[in-house]
Design a binder for this molecule. Sequence first.
Ligand SMILES: [Zn+2]
Length: 420
Amino acid sequence: MRKTLLVLIGVAGSCFAQASHAVILHAAHMLDVETGRTVSPGEVLLEGDKILAAGASVPHPVGAEIVDLGSRTLLPGLIDAHVHLFLHPGAEDLQTVQESVPARTIRAVLAARDDLMGGFTAERDMGTEGAGSADTAVRDSINQGLIPGPRLRISGNAVDILGGHEDAIGFNPEQRVLSNADVANTADDLVRVIREQFKEGSDFVKIYETGHDSLEAGEFTTPYQYTLEQLRAAVQEAARVGKKVAVHATGEPGTGYAAEAGVASVDHAYQLSDPTMAVMKQKGIFAVPTFAVSEYFADHAATPEEQKHLREELAWHAGQFRRELEAGVPMAMGSDVGPFPHGTQAREFVLMVKYGMAPLAAIQAGTLNGAKLLGWAGEIGKLEAGYFADVIAVDGDPLADITALQKVSFVMKGGVVYKR
Ligand SMILES: [Zn+2]
């Protein structure tokens, strides 16, 4: 696919082209995200879309092009396990009503570019929220080299119950405002909806398992949406064709049902009971905390009272996160970007560290763990021979200052330089 590809798309004044010869990236440092060791200098030898060698020094074949990245630190491309390419700030709830799917798709194309420029070379899109399977075209166009963007795992619409978390509630019933999600009320419905989504191109299933949440005086409650048996039916149907289910879920019993059913990730993930955390640890089910979106909503609250409440919620969520870390729940980085500007979501790493994670563990959540969750373990998330040449460079040492990840100054995906 990429063998003879010469992509020439003007973005931010640059052109993209994959070299047809060996390339060596050379920088002052390279972080091994598995061991946490920084080697100096750092070099990556690549040809086509794959890494041939990486380390303090690599073979320099005759005719190889050397890209000198000076004092920077090389890292594998970042992986965001929770994005919404079809959302943009300020329009979330009424997008289905106010914006056409073609208009939203154009914005999604720009969002994909912005995320890539922010250093995210792979992402899991957790629902188009009313744009149906339009994400299939975005993913495929990226894969065909027509537009710049991360490698994508996509879900089409999320799945929700009638009158559930993501349904269009509170509108004039005669206007028949559509849900942002595909509706499924029973196990049979779930199987039918999942088959339809797979037919239209989705890679995995996003299910709303809980909501709306309520936190009053430290007391958290949220209704579950699907029973354990129903979630099992969904997981089984996805597994039948080698695919996975991810849930939006907080609180009990919803997160417990999801963990028991064997979902791939529990997104947002607050108020997990001890048994649920134990099951997640044992089965390797990732929690995806999504702090960045909560912080953005708190910062942009409509009233001081709302701001106070949202800040309290965020602080409470941070406490929940520390419980999960102590319990050994596996973590993947996911920002829920879309309601806040695309390309800025490395803020999530900063918040994960602020709320108690070691910088290396946060980086692993957004590289190695993301690769596992997205089904690309052994292919991305690390700079090693045989992996895709998804490489970024930052100024400074991200282990000493995690905000370095917010200033990505070089982006390569599959051997193509997108930002330099
Ligand atoms: Zn989301």
